[in-house]
Write a protein that binds this ligand. Structure first.
Ligand SMILES: C[S@@+](CC[C@H](N)C(=O)[O-])C[C@H]1O[C@@H](n2cnc3c(N)ncnc32)[C@H](O)[C@@H]1O
Length: 282
């Protein structure tokens, strides 16, 4: 039975939400993760001249199973209202509620930093639309840039041990659906939909010298994550924040490698945010 629009907007059909499905997922993925993925990941860290033994990676299956929020922040005003508006506009949020709420709380914390919001890996647009609606309801002036192929994951590299090309392919014509939803939500003038590889979009937007108060880097694979980090991290303003959705993910050691390589020598490592996500503050 339906609980409420603010609950039903979270689409729990494709991720492990209940205890039983989380246990099953841990057993299914755990053995390959420990016996194959992690040793290869260590070897790749060596090749990339990163400290080899990243022991914290061993904790990822536990994080995935426990689904804990590590940084508790207040949610922005109008949060429930925004979820209801999204629900009625046909938007469904694919990321788990814990990760979405932790991200939203951090976005709110960073709201006074100058600049726009960028999501590298927007998929069906739900997270970007949520932030755009909250921006409107709270009178913020920032825009939300949504970047994706909107045609599925590009070819993974040799660093990506558990991802396949074409994953996360939305139905054809999805950018038009997002544009319609943005119109219905009253945020059409607040969002920019950039279809294509991140690097193509970066070339296009670089001349206007963008600055970001908040970034969501959620590409799951090495190359997209590396490209997003290279472009976005130096453009985060003082007081801003970055969420790496998959830093502690079971299937996303390629993304973790890219993030660690991008932050090398900067004296900063991402801190756990919720379940598999992590964050940095500037
Ligand atoms: C897990 S999905 C993003 C989910 C989304 N952030 C959300 O909150 O619902 C990852 C996305 O990254 C995109 N992606 C990965 N590498 C990319 C690249 N180099 N250029 C464009 N999109 C990329 C994929 O197409 C995919 O849609």
């Amino acid at each position: 039975m339906s609980a409420s629009p603010a609950t039903d907007v979270f689409d729990t059909s494709h991720y492990a939400s209940g205890l039983r499905s989380r246990l099953r997922r841990s057993f299914e993925l755990g053995a390959k993760y420990y016996l194959y993925d992690v040793p290869r990941y260590f070897w790749m860290r060596k090749k990339m001249q990163l400290p080899v033994l990243d022991w914290k990676a061993y904790w990822n299956p536990v994080r995935s199973f426990r689904n804990e929020t590590y940084l508790q922040l207040p949610l922005p005003p109008h949060y429930e209202e925004a979820l209801e508006l999204l629900f009625h506009a046909g938007v469904r949020i694919g990321n788990p509620r814990s990760r979405t709420e932790a991200l939203t709380g951090l976005w709110w914390e960073a709201r006074t930093a100058p600049g726009d919001v960028i999501e590298c890996g927007a998929y069906q647009g739900a997270t970007s639309l949520l932030l755009a609606v909250l921006g409107r309801l709270n009178g913020l002036s920032q825009r939300v840039l949504m970047l994706d192929t909107f045609a599925g994951m590009p070819e993974p590299s040799r660093f990506d041990l558990a991802r396949r090309p074409g994953e996360f392919a939305p139905p054809t014509g999805w950018t038009e659906i997002i544009a319609q939803q943005a119109e219905e939500l009253g945020v059409a003038s607040r969002v920019e939909i950039h279809k294509g590889l991140f690097t193509e979009t970066f070339d296009k937007i670089a001349p206007r010298e963008p600055r970001f108060s908040f970034a969501h880097i959620d590409a799951n694979i090495f190359e997209g994550t590396r490209d997003a980090c290279e472009f976005v991290l130096p453009r985060i303003t003082q007081g801003g924040a970055v969420v790496f959705d998959d830093y502690n993910g079971l299937l996303d050691l390629g993304a973790r490698l890219a993030i660690d390589a991008s932050l090398r020598g900067q004296g900063q490592t991402p801190s756990p945010l919720a379940e598999c996500s992590a964050f940095l503050r500037r």
